[in-house]
Ligand binder design. Structure first.
Ligand SMILES: Cc1cc2nc3c(=O)[nH]c(=O)nc-3n(C[C@H](O)[C@H](O)[C@H](O)COP(=O)(O)O)c2cc1C
Length: 182
């Protein structure tokens, strides 16, 4: 269940829905009794707690791992994920909507980029390869979800351990708070 907050390509076809992960999760749960895995904009423990409280069986995190030493992210991509520039959804790079940190290439081509995956990718591939080679962050696709500034430069195992512990703590806080509702 991938909300529009997610980094990278939209998982579904058609790719023009813009549901946030919480409404999408609740709408899907109302129609489907299978275990649901929530994804999109989940980088820290409290966000994972939120989707578990909303009925998800599990949470899937992508952007949270882009700064890990184990990740294949380029230095340019890591810097963009660590920065504060907001993301946008665009067909500029591949012809299929995907979310990345906004840059010149994304802004210049977004309005005219056709729905045409993977044909647009075949056109942009040499350009994107050159941008990657040259470290040109104004052209390269910098896939990241909306919560990217929260991603940390830590080993992946530590990210998993800390997100799990923080999710547990957030859920305990909510339980304690709700006990005061009377
Ligand atoms: C660098 C990167 C590449 C991705 N590539 C794809 C992809 O090719 N196809 C796809 O369906 N989802 C892709 N995704 C989306 C992930 O499967 C997942 O839904 C997303 O990372 C969850 O949101 P988050 O990044 O905010 O955690 C990608 C995500 C990232 C961060």
């Amino acid at each position: 269940v991938q909300g529009t907050e997610a980094g990278g390509h939209r998982g579904g076809l058609p790719d023009d829905d813009d549901y946030g992960v919480l409404p999408l999760l609740r709408l899907t749960a109302a129609r489907c009794d299978r275990p649901l895995v929530a994804a999109g904009g989940l980088v820290d423990g409290p966000a994972v707690a939120a989707v578990l409280a909303a009925g998800a069986a599990a949470a899937q995190l992508g952007t949270a791992f882009l700064r890990c030493p184990e990740a294949g992210s380029s230095p340019m991509h890591r810097a963009a994920v660590a920065g504060a520039t907001p993301t946008a959804l665009t067909r500029s790079y591949t012809g299929k909507r995907a979310r990345g940190v906004a840059n010149d290439f994304l802004r210049q081509h977004d309005a005219v980029a056709p729905r045409g995956y993977p044909q647009v990718l075949h056109l942009t591939r040499p350009l994107l390869a050159a941008a990657r080679r040259d470290g040109d962050a104004s052209v390269a696709n910098l896939w990241a979800g909306q919560a990217h500034p929260l991603a940390r430069d830590l080993p992946a195992a530590q990210v998993v351990a800390e997100v799990s512990a923080d999710a547990r703590a957030a859920l305990a806080t909510v339980v304690a708070r709700s006990a005061r509702w009377g």
